[in-house]
Ligand binder design. Structure first.
Ligand code: ROI
Length: 169
């Protein structure tokens, strides 16, 4: 995989055994064509952003190396989501599995289907905490260093903690 792209994928779930959803999805990322899971963050628990009448989320970030171009990778991620029973219901509602391309190499992409780096990245503790665990010194194209983005999060933003039950597999 000489010309493989280094990509960070955000994972989130708050339904149907979220930890299992995330750990299985990481294995499935590793099995995508021309793709290898290099590292995965710990699992983090957080209150839902958006409507509060839903369970807490478990979030994580995977670092992968892939020969897939951005849109074929998006198709592949949506295939994994669908296989996990993901149905798109209400906006910002609960979900069994959400997979987002956070960062694709040093590229800035803006198509009808895809905006990369992910626009929510600089403001979302549930993305920045696991990303900073893997790559604090990484520069998010157009945004700055991950560690600086994390430091800039609103003081009132909750400090996420590693999900204590997460290691029991
Ligand atoms: N809230 C948290 N904490 N984590 C998520 O992954 C997440 N994903 C979403 C919404 C419903 C917006 N809220 C979230 O899609």
């Amino acid at each position: 995989m000489n010309d493989a792209a280094l990509v960070y994928v955000g994972l989130g779930s708050n339904l149907d055994d979220p930890r299992r959803q995330l750990l299985d999805a990481m294995d499935e990322l590793d099995r995508l064509p021309g793709t290898r899971l290099r590292r995965r963050s710990s699992l983090y628990r957080s209150a839902p952003m958006g409507p509060q009448d839903q369970p807490d989320f478990i979030n994580a970030v995977a670092e992968i190396e892939t020969g897939l171009q951005p849109e074929p990778l998006l198709d592949a991620l949506q295939g994994i989501e669908a296989a996990h029973g993901r149905v798109r219901e209400r906006r910002w509602g609960p979900r069994t599995l959400d997979l987002d391309i956070l960062i694709y190499k040093n590229e800035q992409i803006r198509t009808e289907r895809l905006v990369v780096p992910h626009p929510g990245l600089p403001r979302r503790a549930f993305v920045l905490y696991p990303l900073a665990e893997l790559a604090p010194g990484l520069t998010v194209p157009g945004q700055g260093r991950v560690s600086d983005l994390l430091a800039k999060l609103d003081d009132t933003a909750e400090r996420l903690e590693e999900d204590a039950g997460a290691r029991a597999r």
